[in-house]
Design a protein around this ligand. Structure first.
Ligand code: NAD
Length: 296
């Protein structure tokens, strides 16, 4: 099976490595970062000079890219995927992007006889490495069915949510909640630290109480208490997801007050130069205001 993979970043690298483990997969890769490609090429993948060249080699192509603008430029143009593609192929976009952009790209692909599926994920870098991601899929049932065995190599829970863009819409809902929960964890831990509570005791008690959440469990000990905010889910990417939630709410003409406030917290973190750090680094915004450091 010839599989293409574009975007060998924090998520894409372990996902591509999981595909490489299978003897029947020939993996073709592309990334603008030459070092990321070289690392995977040393492990058996074939590096391609452009998305177009990759499309000429692979029958199913996965994208794991930062945002919709990058996805669109990867698909279109002279060196784009669609220029090298042929009818019968399937493109799976696993990036977190706007449903509207996906619908546009799906129409362009389908005009060439290429199936296009949105399949954003949740579970973080750890879930990508363990192949336990939750995958939210949008697209035509037959095309989704055709790539199910491939998606099962990357994730554990795979949901076909609906037509093109439905997976993206679901992902926006989830990440609105993730951003809100992360900001809430940061605010609460700083309050606790200023009240003189031991951060480790706080964590243990919240984890056994009604305030617990994924944000607390995945981020408090591993990132905040370890004072290590590298290589996770970047603040810039969550800010983008909150913007997708705000755009969706605007188009539906419904208010999103807690989401709007949370997006401003992420904007503050970005203004402090924390955009590339993990989302748990939003705690630094509160730490600075409260004059205390929760992390070790
Ligand atoms: P990342 O920034 O670590 O990786 C993105 C990769 O895309 C990089 O290797 C970069 O070099 C490459 N890239 C950028 N522009 C390119 C281009 N024009 N052509 C080819 N390659 C290009 O991001 P990530 O954390 O791996 O996230 C990828 C996607 O997955 C995002 O949409 C993000 O929102 C989503 N996501 C991330 C997480 C997470 O925990 N990190 C979890 C769920 C979903």
């Amino acid at each position: 099976m010839n599989i293409g993979f574009i975007g060998i970043g924090a998520m894409g690298k372990p996902m591509a490595q999981n595909l490489l483990k299978s003897a029947e997969v020939q993996l073709y890769i592309y990334d603008v970062n030459a070092a990321a490609m070289a690392e995977l090429a040393a492990q058996g993948a074939t590096a391609c000079p452009s998305p177009r060249a990759l499309a000429a080699a692979a029958s199913v192509i996965i994208m794991m890219l930062p945002n919709a603008a990058v996805v669109e430029s990867t698909l279109t143009g002279e060196q784009g995927l669609l220029a090298g593609g042929t009818a019968g192929q399937t493109i799976i976009d696993m990036s977190s992007v706007a449903a509207g952009s996906t619908k546009k790209m799906a129409a362009l692909a389908q005009a060439r006889g290429i199936a296009y599926i949105d399949a954003p994920v949740s579970g973080g870098v750890a879930g990508a490495a363990a192949a336990t991601l939750t995958i939210m899929v949008g697209g035509e049932a037959a095309a989704v069915q055709g790539v199910l065995p491939l998606l099962q190599r990357l994730g554990k829970k795979i949901y076909h949510v609906g037509a093109s863009g439905a997976g993206d819409a679901m992902k926006v809902v989830n990440n609105l909640l993730l951003g809100i929960n992360m900001a809430a964890v940061a605010e609460a831990l700083v309050l606790g630290a200023r009240s003189g509570l031991d951060p480790r005791v706080m964590l243990e008690i919240i984890q056994a109480s009604s305030g617990r959440s994924y944000a607390l469990e995945a981020k408090a000990e591993k990132f905040i208490l370890n004072n290590n905010f590298a290589a996770g889910f970047a603040i810039d990417l969550e800010y983008k997801d909150l913007e997708l939630a705000m755009e969706t709410a605007r188009s539906l003409e419904i208010p999103l007050p807690v989401g709007a406030l949370t997006q401003q917290v992420f904007a503050m973190a970005r203004a402090k130069g924390l955009g590339r750090e993990d989302i748990s680094a939003v705690i630094k915004v509160w730490e600075e205001m409260a004059g205390i450091q929760v992390r070790g």
